[in-house]
Ligand binder design. Structure first.
Ligand code: ZN
Ligand code: ZN
Length: 244
């Protein structure tokens, strides 16, 4: 039983060559969609993957490139497949996700709250959630935008999947040296100052034995020009299937 990851997209919020940074994490016949952004329905269509094959969706934070596809997912599952999608959501995000993002589109008679549109599982920091045999994860709150909660994932106690986040070298060191983290799937901003993201330059300042565990995602359209500069850090390619 091995974990597989296929990114629906690996692009930053403004990327146009790449779909939104959303990932399909699979083990045996269970498939979790990590984030469901604006382009997720289009990317699934491109890959010829029916939405009904997704067993659950997990949200890391409330930005369009991570939640903008949830309305279509919920409506399609309701009207085409006759069931509610399973939604894993960090507890503090559940209310704002409904009130501030989804209610305007999904709200109607019979759909008055998040639980009417999704089968909701709340995730709490410090607790490990078992999603399927062989797949457990915990959420870790990581800084992204002031006043906005964002949660990275620690999968099977050995794989870190970053949400959009500001550089956290101490966390990355602790994960590798104290918790035996084997792989780090990390967002990256290739140019400019990393005010709400982690820059390539910042990641390059990490020791080589952390860098060689890092796979880069959530990047801009100019990615190809940075392959050499990224040294031992590999860029994840959208739609390619990786064994984690
Ligand atoms: Zn993003
Ligand atoms: Zn974001």
């Amino acid at each position: 039983m091995s974990l597989q990851l296929q990114m629906l997209g690996t692009g930053s919020a403004f990327a146009k060559r790449y779909y939104n940074n959303n990932g399909l994490l699979s083990i045996d016949r269970f498939t979790l969609l990590i984030d469901c952004g604006i382009t997720a329905p289009q990317a699934l269509h491109h890959l010829n993957k029916p939405m009904e094959d997704i067993d659950a969706v997990l949200i890391t934070h409330i930005h369009g490139d991570h939640v903008g596809g949830l309305e279509e997912l919920a409506f399609r599952m309701k009207y085409v497949h006759g069931r509610k999608p399973v939604l894993y959501v960090p507890e503090p995000l559940a209310q704002p996700l409904w009130e501030n993002t989804l209610k305007g589109g999904l709200g109607q008679d019979g759909i008055e709250k998040l639980e009417d549109a999704f089968t909701v599982h709340l995730l709490r920091e410090g607790e490990t959630a078992a999603l399927a045999p062989g797949l457990a994860l915990e959420i870790m709150r990581t800084p992204h935008i002031p006043g906005k909660n964002s949660y990275s994932l620690y999968i099977n106690d050995e794989i870190f999947y970053s949400a959009d986040m500001i550089f956290q070298p101490k966390l990355l060191s602790e994960l590798v040296y104290q918790r035996g983290c084997r792989k780090i799937l990390h967002e990256v901003q290739l140019t400019g100052r990393g005010e709400v993201h982690t820059t390539l330059e910042e990641l390059l300042s990490l020791p080589a034995n952390i860098r060689d565990k890092i796979y880069l995602m959530h990047y801009g359209d100019e990615m190809e020009a940075f392959i050499e500069q990224a040294q031992e850090m590999e860029f994840l390619r959208q739609h390619e299937v990786y064994t984690l």
